[in-house]
Ligand binder design. Sequence first.
Ligand SMILES: Nc1ncnc2c1ncn2[C@@H]1O[C@H](COP(=O)(O)OP(=O)(O)O)[C@@H](O)[C@H]1O
Ligand SMILES: [Mg+2]
Length: 161
Amino acid sequence: MRPRAIFLIGLPGSGKTTWVERYRPAPDQPFAVISTDRLIEREAARLGIAYDEAYRQLPSKKLAAEARRLTRQAVERGWDVVIDRTNLRAPTRATFLRLFPPAYVRAAIVFAVPWAELERRLTARAEAGGHRVGPRALAEMAAIYDPPGEGEFDLVTFHQG
Ligand SMILES: Nc1ncnc2c1ncn2[C@@H]1O[C@H](COP(=O)(O)OP(=O)(O)O)[C@@H](O)[C@H]1O
Ligand SMILES: [Mg+2]
């Protein structure tokens, strides 16, 4: 079977990481999860600081470069790769898409959640001790969203709720 590159596309709170936690490919198919949040958490643990502080200290360019390095490593092994980043901008997605050789199936899953539900979830997540994404940051991210383009992926599916 061809290995898969799965791009999760969605605003914070849209359920990407929850989807990853439930993802079960074929038992013999290893997969790597490339997650900005995990990188920030790893850095926070390494330095013994809070998530928010680690987030402030890590330039997004450095995070993206590290995510690409881990993606290349998984591709060398022929693993499935799940890109658990917001993946909202097409140019940024392109910098990851080009890391996958033609053997890979390129799939996108778009997470569409009503705005009020998104805000409710993010408030709940922050109250449960998770990191906080405010309404302004959310609106800024929504404004830069590029839907998957013609020919960008081999398949695009939509995940509701
Ligand atoms: N289908 C769902 N219905 C209700 N709550 C959900 C659903 N999916 C995720 N959540 C909750 O919403 C919050 C954000 O989900 P998460 O998977 O962390 O989003 P993302 O990774 O896209 O930021 C979490 O608290 C999670 O438990
Ligand atoms: Mg997440």
